[in-house]
Design a protein. Structure first.
Length: 629
């Protein structure tokens, strides 16, 4: 092999491939001895190419090597005699098989590969779903289909997720959030992988014990979720049906989502100390190369200001815990606050824990001119929605940490039996709570997020921190699918209603006044008496009236009244008198009631008594106005 070496262009970090050559740009001081090690795929023969010290710009080294076929080689860097994996590698070689015991035993050293696929995007177009129409669905690519027998050989892959797009679209999902799909080490070998601090522990001595010392076998914990150090430019190969074509398979998934007017959001966890430049470069890369629609970025000391101000990312949705002090002056509002502040007041009311109706109402109407809010009652870090009403306590023993991991503050309730039961009364109670939770979430102004499987009561058997559970506990249990049609149909109906009546999900904050001179405020609160709101700390019921006069042009302009009752007894809430025209009169109709088996009525029921509505204990109802001549 006759190689020609010349100075590179310093434009793009990593390895950029052209015909019979590649340009390598990486960080290395001028004083460092730097080599590119080319590794033959066929023979594993290694060829070291020295990077001349003059090929340096600041702390960047760049070299173009020609005279070889990148398709036939992998590579790794060597700096001052130490081999290093390229942090900008587009392909990672060596992790093609998930949880490969052979790789662990051989201590196989990873190397980088060259990105050479030429995917045909065609007329691919990002949907840019407005926040009033967004409904998010969070899933783990492997866990989403591993428990689905019908997935066959594709289970656990991007292809399996792609095959479920028609199901998700039919449910009403607009935005799919994927837990980490960039390369990471699932085996607990990676430097720095430690779910909890490894404190010094007392070890028993035989002389101290009356009974023999019993050494428990340690549970091998995988990094199933993928948080921790990552290779942020490479697609996770073991999530692909054809690992060597992982890049193409992931692009097909994104393109198929776009063809169905759905978005792809990537969750990206950056560890402490990750270069800010690398973080922004990685976001640029996924947005450009993979047409990703958004990023949920998590970690410490992130360059949030730089990301918000970045022109390349100005039409890419950014989800983060906070944007405090950062103003989004752009015309396209792409920022979304994503944290757990909705789930706690919601769970308090659902399970009767020191309820605060004021905080709940604030969450129901939470909105901003500058950014949107993501609401959820269940997420991967905590109980599933079903487990929230099935377990009083967390059951994380299988994690191997003596049940010491995972959140303790769950605000859950088992309603008489810890775990599954055949007692019909308890099952009905749990179902009512689940349906009430669906309604609360879908009637909140912020963007609802559903954890995969919550639409059909998926359970993790009380494990609220399944970070290492690559098994039936951490996988979505699709066997429940056929037995929970009414739950799915309810959620589907609620999503459809939300999209049709986007007044509930208004993109700007409500003003609570009659700024259009329509005779009523855009949003008002009601108690036992109409137009009188009593949001004292002990209160557990309230009516919220959304005036149809403030609906967007072309949207359904019916008035909507949502009644919440979290008391353990029936309550009566006043109904405001509806405005009447010269030729028409409006009346209230009951459309939804969480205390009934039907929940969403096929035909709205006329209320004989138009002055008030009765709500059963722990329930939500929805009324809608209709014009009658």
């Amino acid at each position: 092999m006759s190689l020609v070496v010349k100075e590179g262009n310093y434009l793009t970090l990593g390895a950029v491939v052209a015909k019979n050559q590649a340009t390598f740009t990486f960080e290395g001081e001028k004083e460092d001895v730097c080599c590119i090690i080319l590794i033959s795929k066929a023979t594993q023969e290694r060829k070291a190419v020295l990077v001349p010290e003059e090929y340096c710009l600041g702390s960047l080294r760049s070299v173009t090597i020609s005279g070889f076929n990148p398709l036939e080689y992998d590579y790794i860097y060597e700096i001052n005699g130490t081999e290093l994996l390229d942090p900008y590698a587009r392909v990672i070689v060596g992790r093609e098989i998930w949880n490969d015991a052979g790789r662990e035993a051989k201590k196989y050293r990873l190397c980088a590969g060259f990105m050479t696929d030429n995917f045909a995007w065609g007329k691919d177009k990002r949907p840019e779903i407005p926040k009033s129409q967004m409904v998010m669905y969070k899933l783990h690519v492997r866990g989403f289909s591993m428990g689905n027998k019908s997935a066959g050989k594709t289970k656990g892959t991007y292809t399996a997720v792609r095959n479920k797009i028609p199901y998700l679209k039919d449910l009403g999902i607009t935005t799919v959030e994927l837990m980490p799909v960039y390369e990471f080490e699932e085996l607990p070998l990676q430097k720095g992988f430690q779910p909890i601090p490894d404190y010094v522990k007392w070890e028993a001595d035989k002389s101290d014990m009356i009974l023999p010392v019993v050494t428990k076998k340690k549970n091998k914990r995988l990094n199933y979720w993928g948080y921790g150090e990552g290779n942020y430019f490479a697609v996770k190969a073991s999530y692909a049906a054809e690992p060597k074509k992982a890049s193409t398979e992931f692009k097909r998934l994104v393109k198929s989502l776009h063809e169905n007017d759905m978005e792809c959001v990537m969750e990206m966890h950056f560890t402490e100390g990750t270069s800010h430049h690398l973080i922004i470069d990685a976001l640029h890369y996924w947005a450009r190369e993979y047409h990703v629609d958004g990023f949920h970025i998590i970690g410490q000391n992130l360059p949030i200001t730089g990301i918000v101000q970045d022109a390349v990312l100005s039409r890419t949705k950014i989800f983060a815990e906070d944007f405090q002090g950062i103003r989004n002056a752009r015309k396209y509002k792409n920022l979304f606050v994503y944290k757990d502040e909705y789930q706690y007041p919601a769970r308090q009311l659902l399970n009767h824990y020191q309820c605060d109706i004021r905080e709940f109402v604030n969450q129901q109407k939470k909105q901003s001119e500058e950014y949107g809010f993501v609401n959820y009652i269940a997420n991967n870090n905590g109980f599933t929605m079903a487990d929230l009403f099935m377990y009083n306590d967390k059951h994380n023993e299988e994690n191997g940490e003596n049940n010491g991991d995972g959140p303790d503050y769950n605000l859950s309730n088992n309603y008489g039996v810890e775990g599954p039961t055949r007692k019909r009364y308890i099952c009905n109670l749990r179902k009512r709570r689940l349906h009430t939770a669906y309604m609360m979430l879908m009637f909140a102004q912020g963007i609802p997020l559903i954890l995969a499987g919550d639409e059909f009561g998926n359970t993790q058997r009380g494990n609220n921190n399944a970070y290492c559970q690559d098994n039936e506990t951490g996988w979505v249990n699709w066997s429940r699918f056929t037995h929970t049609k009414e739950d799915r149909e309810l959620l589907k109906g609620l999503i459809a209603f939300r999209k049709k009546h986007s007044l509930i999900a208004k993109e700007n904050p409500f003003r609570f006044n009659d700024y259009r001179s329509m005779g009523v405020p855009d949003l008002s609160y009601h108690g036992e008496h109409a137009w009188i709101s009593q949001l004292d700390s002990g209160r557990k019921s309230l009516g919220m009236l959304y005036s149809g006069a403030y609906a967007q042009k072309g949207q359904d302009n019916s008035d909507i009244y949502v009644g919440y009752n979290f008391y353990s007894e029936e309550v009566q809430l006043a109904l405001p008198k509806l405005a009447t025209g010269k030729k028409t009169k409006k009346n209230w109709y009951l459309l939804m009631d969480a205390s009934t088996d039907t929940v969403i009525f096929e035909k709205a029921q006329y209320l004989e008594e138009q002055r008030y509505v009765r709500l059963q204990p722990h329930s939500v109802c929805l009324l809608i106005s209709k014009d009658e001549k």
